[in-house]
Structures are given as structure tokens and as C-alpha cells.
Ligand binder design. Sequence first.
Ligand code: FES
Length: 189
Amino acid sequence: MATPLADPPAGSPEKSHNVERRGFLTRTGVFVFGAIAGLVPTVGGLAVFLDPLRRRSQSGKFVRVTTLEAVPDDGIPREFPVVAERIDAWNRSLEPIGAVYLRRTKDQAAPECWTATCPHAGCFVAYDVQSNTFKCPCHNSEFQVDGQIISPSPSPRPMDTLECRVDSEAILVKFENFYTGKAEKVVKQ
Ligand code: FES
């Protein structure tokens, strides 16, 4: 039967070698553990950021904006915020994604709808009751009540229309963002 090796005497070269070796192993262990502990949340965060299935919003889908009753058929545009549900990993939250104008006349069952974002450079246009027009405060683009440009205007195109439908007295809008500063209406993906 093998006899256990005796501990080298204090101060001997073997003793100091053993002490150095234990210190090295301890430091290496701490470093490896720290690296793994730091990597887990980083990889988890990256997965959440990169995985589109984990970050979903309602952009491009029909979103409930208001009720039909809230848009009287008097031809005056009303502004409504668009709030969509966002699913981020395990969290569900509501977040504002834009604003729209809805307008309905007596012969229209469903309202017309425009995004409130100015096609020139993305500011929000405001409806002016006095002139019955839309005005953009940033560079003075003006639009008729049906969204057409009032010339001269820095905006390269009319206000952007959005699809809108009525479902059981609720108004649903397919909310989308478009590139600004272009003559064509192109959806931002
Ligand atoms: S952003 Fe509206 S006129 Fe420029």
C-alpha cells in the first residue's frame, strides 16, 4: 500500500511551488466562472434582440383605433393615437406607434384615414379648423381636408392614406410607416 507523500517543509522550494500552483488554479477558476456568468445574460439579451419572433409589434396589421361613434359623419377630421401591443420575450406591453386622422361624411360607412406623419420629413401635421386644412408646423406644408397637397409645398406627395375598416362598431386601421421625402409612397419595412 502506497504511503501518502509528506508535506514539504515550510520555506522549501517544493512548498513554494505548491503554493504558487494552488494560487494559479484558484485564479483560473474564478476567471472561468466569471466569464461564464457574464456570458449567460449577454447571450440571452442578444437572442431577444436578434430573434424577430421575440420582438413583435402590430405595425402593418389592423389595429383597433377607436369606435365609429367617435368619428361623427360631419366631414371634420379627428386625430387618434395608434397604440399597439408589443411582445418582447415574456413581456407584453402597449406602446404608441403613431397617430392617424379619421374623417367621415354622411355617405361613407367607413372613414377615410391618413397617417398624421408629414410625408416631407416626418413631423406631425395638425388639422386647422379655421381653414379646414392640414398644416405641418416644421416647413409649412399644407394639405386639403382630403389630404391633397396645397401648392407650393415642400412635401413631395399628398398625405399618406391608410387602410381602414369597421368591425362591430370598432374602427380598425392598418398602420404603416412610409419613407419621407420621396414622391412615391413606399412602406418602411
Ligand atoms: S416635415 Fe412637414 S413640411 Fe417638412
